[in-house]
Design a protein around this ligand. Structure first.
Ligand SMILES: Cc1ncc(COP(=O)(O)O)c(C=O)c1O
Length: 289
């Protein structure tokens, strides 16, 4: 039987300052992160052997750790270097990279002030599988099971493992209904994002995207806003209500992993991925090289 587990990929993982054989980069079951979700992570991509927006991702990793009261025992420069080193060690050009920070097992309880803060960076082969033409067919979203929590109920600016529980459940429910992903509203009932990426709409040649007051302000989202401004496409960052879904011409998701992914349907609303989405995909491809 084919072994498809991520436990056994070839090569090495950078773990607490050393290259550890991939299959040996383990943690014990008694581990604060697993029991209490004390873990933050990043999702980076490398194109042509270079990590895209590396400094921005590392800065967010440190911010996420700080929000979760974890002091990373390295500098940002050291983590940036470790990301470059593991990419070379793994000898991969088009990659997905997962830096992760977590509390160890020195204390088991809600309070975890004296746990060791661990860091690992794994990287694996991940070319862009879809041509622009394939992507332009678009994916299908349905309403999510869960809403993004209110800002005073969750540390929403952190890319923290615990915040993904509602995303996994919402994505499972969407897939069970035959959709690709779920559209999450926020605690006020406004349009927020998908389970792992931000969302944009196009109307009359202008972009509209929700204000990230209670969800991750993605690095790709920020990049797209800049690309749009350079291309003289107006960007409206604002509250978007579900009533408006029927009024948009185009829609796309964006994130480091998914890049720019056109959406052709959100439940009863249909969109035609077209010129503005395509223009931004092309600009994004040109930027990451
Ligand atoms: C919930 C969520 N929103 C948005 C994003 C997009 O973030 P980025 O563009 O920084 O990858 C991600 C991916 O990290 C995510 O998991």
């Amino acid at each position: 039987m084919e072994n498809t587990s991520y436990d056994n990929l070839p090569g090495y993982i950078w773990m607490n300052g050393e290259f550890i054989k991939w299959a040996d980069a383990k943690v014990h079951v008694i581990n604060h992160a697993m029991h209490y979700a004390s873990s933050v992570f990043e999702g980076n991509r490398a194109y042509n052997g270079k990590v895209f927006k590396l400094e921005e991702h590392t800065a967010r990793l440190f911010k996420s750790a700080e929000i979760l009261d974890m002091k990373i025992p390295y500098t940002e420069a050291e983590i940036n270097q470790a990301c470059k080193d593991i990419l070379i060690k793994q000898n991969i050009k088009s990659a997905y990279m997962r830096p992760i920070v977590w509390r160890g097992s020195e204390q088991m309880g809600i309070s975890a002030q004296d746990t060791k803060i661990n860091v690992a960076i794994a990287v694996w082969d991940w070319p862009s599988y879809f041509s622009i033409e394939d992507k332009m067919k678009g994916i299908r979203l349905t309403a999510a099971l869960y809403q993004r929590p209110a800002p005073d109920t969750a540390p929403f600016r952190a890319k923290a493992a615990g915040l993904y529980m509602i995303c996994t459940l919402s994505k499972h429910a969407a897939e069970a209904k035959g959709f690709d992903d779920a559209l999450m509203l926020d605690y006020q009932g406004n349009v927020a994002e998908s389970t792992g990426s931000n969302i944009f709409f196009v109307k009359d040649g202008e972009l509209h995207t929700p204000d990230p007051y209670c969800f991750l302000n993605g690095i790709t989202r920020q990049t797209i806003i800049k690309l749009a401004e350079q291309a003289n496409i107006k960007v409206n960052v604002r509250t978007i209500t579900p009533d408006e879904l029927s009024t948009f011409d185009e829609c796309f998701l964006c994130g480091t992993a998914i890049e720019i992914m056109p959406v052709r349907q959100i439940d009863t609303h249909n969109y035609t991925p077209s010129s503005v989405t395509k223009q931004l995909i092309e600009a994004y491809v040109e930027l990451h090289g």
